[in-house]
Design a protein around this ligand. Structure first.
Ligand code: ZN
Length: 135
C-alpha cells in the first residue's frame, strides 16, 4: 500500500466527538464528556504522546488508598498534566503521587467529581464588574 488515505467523514466525526481529534487535527488535550451508558461526567482523551489509547476516566481525584483500591478493582490509573492524561505504569506508581491521579471510568462506581479536576476543564464564567453591565 502506498500513500495514506484521508479519514472517512464518519470516522473523523467520531474522533472529534470523542475528543481525540480537534477540528485542527490531533490533540492531546482531554475533554469533558458524558458517559453514553450511565450519563456520568467523564474525561476522554489520549493517554500518551506515542502509542496512545483513547481512555475514559472518572473525575474523582484519588489519594494513595483510592489508587490502590482502583488498581485492585482492575481499573488503571492516570495522571493529569494540565489537560493532558498520562498512564501511570508501575514505575510512576512506585514513585509516589506528585500530581492529580484519576482512574478509568467504571459505570458501576459512583465517584464524585473533584473540584481540582473540574477546575482544569471547566473555565470560570467571565467576571463582570458592575460598571460594565449595560441594561
Ligand atoms: Zn458510565
Amino acid at each position: 500500500m502506498t500513500g495514506t488515505r484521508p479519514l472517512s467523514e464518519h470516522v473523523r466525526a467520531h474522533l472529534i466527538a470523542t475528543g481525540v481529534l480537534t477540528t485542527e487535527g490531533l490533540g492531546r488535550r482531554a475533554g469533558l464528556r458524558q458517559c453514553a451508558r450511565c450519563a456520568a461526567p467523564v474525561l476522554v482523551g489520549l493517554d500518551a504522546s506515542r502509542c496512545a489509547l483513547l481512555v475514559v476516566l472518572d473525575l474523582a481525584a484519588l489519594d494513595r488508598w483510592g489508587e490502590a483500591m482502583a488498581l485492585l478493582a482492575g481499573r488503571p490509573t492516570f495522571e493529569l498534566w494540565g489537560r493532558e492524561i498520562e498512564y501511570r505504569n508501575h514505575f510512576k506508581i512506585a514513585g509516589g503521587q506528585p500530581r492529580l491521579v484519576i482512574a478509568e471510568h467504571d459505570c458501576r462506581v459512583r465517584a464524585e467529581p473533584s473540584a481540582e479536576v473540574l477546575a482544569l476543564f471547566v473555565s470560570a464564567p467571565p467576571r463582570v464588574s458592575p460598571r460594565t453591565v449595560v441594561f
